[in-house]
Write a protein that binds this ligand. Structure first.
Ligand code: FE2
Ligand code: FE2
Length: 131
């Protein structure tokens, strides 16, 4: 398991926590399929993760806009960086189907980013918008 439950901080909004938990499950599942070299399943999960990340980020951005959250531009800029980074890895995967490349991205980029991002931006945002 790449991400253990509890490694991603809980925030003050239940809906955001639920989205984070589902995403962690998806990342773990993808990581396992890549590890065993199941390219077909990994490919489906890469498609799912692309959609999931977009849903996750745009949901938070909508909440921030509704609540007039002061940190919206900074929080969104962080999402935009990850949208770009993930899309690059996703496009490479579609061409090369290299499990190691995606695994390295999950280990070294996405998971550390998610831990930090949730602790910094999502937690402040959730406190502002409430439950
Ligand atoms: Fe989030
Ligand atoms: Fe966020």
């Amino acid at each position: 398991m790449l991400v253990k439950p509890g490694q991603i901080q809980k925030v003050a909004n239940m809906f955001m926590n639920a989205v984070h938990e589902d995403e962690i499950d998806l990342i773990n599942e993808l990581y396992e399929k890549l590890k065993v070299g199941d390219l077909d399943e990994a490919d489906k999960l890469m498609d799912e993760l692309l959609v999931d990340l977009e849903d996750h980020f745009s949901m938070e951005e909508e909440l921030m806009k509704e609540a007039d959250f002061f940190g919206y531009p900074m929080h969104k800029a962080e999402h935009d960086n990850m949208r770009k980074d993930f899309k690059k890895v996703y496009d490479e995967w579609k061409k090369e189907k290299s499990p190691r490349k995606v695994m390295t991205f999950l280990e070294e980029k996405l998971v550390p980013w998610l831990k930090l991002h949730v602790a910094q931006w999502d937690s402040v945002t959730a406190m502002h918008i409430g439950d």
